[in-house]
Design a protein around this ligand. Structure first.
Ligand SMILES: NC(=O)c1ccc[n+]([C@@H]2O[C@H](COP(=O)([O-])OP(=O)(O)OC[C@H]3O[C@@H](n4cnc5c(N)ncnc54)[C@H](O)[C@@H]3O)[C@@H](O)[C@H]2O)c1
Length: 248
């Protein structure tokens, strides 16, 4: 098992990519900390983790709430002694055409996607520095690489920021044996993309060389790879998981 003995935190773990990641990590032997904005939203994943006999803790944490982050980090460290892996997965969209976008929508998305990644990273990296070990995996998006009108200017800008933040975490963490990498998903079949019309979905699918949306589990696989000890010399990279829609 790739994560035997590890302690991993996954944000936004109630559904979608976060849920698939937490389940995969547990199957690979990690103790798993799941968190999301509402504790109740994690009932389903909690039952699945229980069925697997996984060791897990669930916390209500809004990633923009510094106090909630601190309470979770302190509690995890007091119970399990360390944090090895952080997956900054929580993310939102608030779509609107660029020139019609209210300022509050711009701020809201930047707050959760970018500032949330920073605050979680800051809270957890302190522990990783103490232990001279860490794996941070931030979730970007193809929108952050090429821009996106459909996902929104706020969303694309937040994810572009996540890429720069990841590289900074990688540079800062390297002397402490902490790696930081990014996954950049393309179009994945989750709640986030369920708001697209059939026409919008088909237009995307037509442009994807593999001719389908990705599955959350396919993204979780990439996250696992970057979290594993085999990836010990990989840091500061962006791993695209997009069915070939962006080939560099
Ligand atoms: N689905 C896609 O096509 C796609 C593409 C590129 C990137 N992504 C990114 O992947 C990540 C996961 O997206 P998903 O598709 O699984 O979406 P999703 O909407 O299914 O899940 C997102 C989860 O994040 C949680 N969340 C939202 N705001 C939060 C906050 N402030 N604090 C804590 N948790 C919060 C939600 O409650 C939810 O459980 C996001 O960062 C998203 O931007 C998704």
């Amino acid at each position: 098992m790739r994560l035997e003995g590890k302690v991993s935190i996954v944000t936004g773990a109630a559904q979608g990519i976060g849920k698939a990641t937490a389940l995969k990590f547990a199957a690979e032997g990690s103790k798993v900390v799941i968190c999301d904005v509402r504790l109740g939203s994690m009932d389903e994943i909690s039952s699945e983790l229980k069925e697997m006999n996984a060791e897990f803790l669930a916390y209500e944490v809004n990633v923009v709430n510094r106090d909630q982050i601190k309470t979770m980090v302190d509690d995890v460290v007091s119970r399990w002694g360390k944090i090895d892996v952080l997956v900054n997965n929580a993310g939102i969209t608030a779509d609107n055409q660029l020139i019609k976008m209210p300022e509050e929508d711009f701020d809201k998305v930047i707050d959760v996607n970018l500032k949330g990644t920073f605050l979680m990273g800051q809270g957890v990296m302190k522990e990783m520095v103490k232990n001279r070990y860490g794996r941070i995996i931030n979730i970007g998006s193809i929108a952050g690489e090429i821009g996106s009108v459909l996902s929104g200017a706020n969303y694309a800008a937040s994810k572009g920021g996540v890429f720069a933040l990841t590289k900074t975490m990688a540079r800062y963490g390297a002397p402490y044996n902490i790696t930081a990498n990014c996954i950049s998903p393309g179009h994945i079949d989750t709640h986030m993309t369920s708001v697209w019309s059939k026409g919008e979905k088909n237009a995307f699918i037509n442009n994807i060389p593999l001719k389908r949306l990705g599955k959350p589990e396919e993204v979780a696989w990439g996250i696992l790879l970057l979290a594993s000890d085999e990836a010990s010399f990989v840091t500061g990279v962006i791993l695209d998981i997009n069915g070939g829609i962006l080939m560099k």
